[in-house]
Design a protein around this ligand. Structure first.
Ligand code: MG
Length: 260
């Protein structure tokens, strides 16, 4: 009887440890090199006014174009002095409008006195398309990558755990960073099968960091990217929950692009 008990205990142990071994770990999708070269961008000349055909997503005064991703109601981030700052307790926010293909301009600032290191240092994210039901999307990483080592497919300008940025044009904390992004949404057939992958081109501080890169699917912390069919989607900004003062954004505008 005791022997049987020990045997079954051993079976449970072996089963549990094999489950633990099979479960994917976040480290498995981290890439640490090659480290993109640091490039010092030109001076930031201040926010430029948007083009005449742009939809203004944030002009410094209100978050009318955004809602809380958690509640679908008021966004709950802090607007003041012409910028909007992340409120961690409110969680992420997304646009009321849905988009397909577009050109997006967004400025972001990691605060002076930022704390933490690696992925816990000024982490946010521009989700170029967000699946509201599944709570997943396609992230262009926002992070303090100024003298801050992390896996390079998770640094600022990376499509998260997919494409490493060509260079690192990060300004120091306290200065504004500028993203200009061209997003071509993935296409699916009527059965929901992928027909054309998503593509992204991105500039950071005026310097090319993603050159018409094909996405492998949604960007995940753990596991391999996958596509899930959608047509239009909102844009989502991440509240990551890092220590210390939080990130700010300003001058966000978008130009939907002609499709196909
Ligand atoms: Mg992020």
């Amino acid at each position: 009887m005791i022997r049987l008990f020990i045997l079954s205990l051993a079976t449970v142990f072996v089963t549990l440890s094999s489950v633990a071994q099979e479960r994917p770990k976040p480290e498995e999708t981290e890439v640490w090199e090659p480290v993109p070269p640091v490039v010092t961008p030109g001076d930031y000349a201040g926010p430029q006014s948007p083009p005449s055909d742009a939809i203004i997503l944030f002009d410094g005064t209100n978050l009318d174009e955004w809602v809380s991703t958690r509640t679908g109601k008021e966004a709950g981030w802090a607007v003041g002095n012409g910028v909007v700052s992340v409120v961690q307790a409110a969680g992420g926010i997304h646009t009321r409008r849905m988009f397909k293909d577009y050109q997006l301009h967004l400025e972001w600032r990691v605060p002076e006195g930022v704390e933490g290191s690696g992925q816990s240092r000024g982490n946010s994210g521009l989700f170029m398309a967000w699946d509201l039901e599944r709570g997943q999307g396609y992230e262009l990483q926002i992070l303090d990558s100024y003298q801050n080592d992390t896996y390079v497919n998770g640094m600022a300008g990376a499509t998260y755990k997919q494409s490493i940025p060509l260079v690192n044009p990060m300004r120091p904390p306290g200065q504004w960073q500028v993203y200009d992004v061209i997003w071509r949404a993935p296409r699916f057939d009527e059965a929901g099968n992928l027909t054309t992958p998503a593509r992204v081109t991105a500039f950071m501080n005026g310097i090319l960091i993603q050159d018409n890169v094909e996405m492998e699917g949604e960007t995940y912390y753990i596991g391999q990217p996958e596509y899930h069919p959608f047509d239009e989607a909102p844009i989502h900004l991440q509240a990551h929950g890092d220590p210390g003062p939080t990130l700010s954004f300003r001058n966000i505008w978008i130009r939907p692009l002609a499709q196909d």
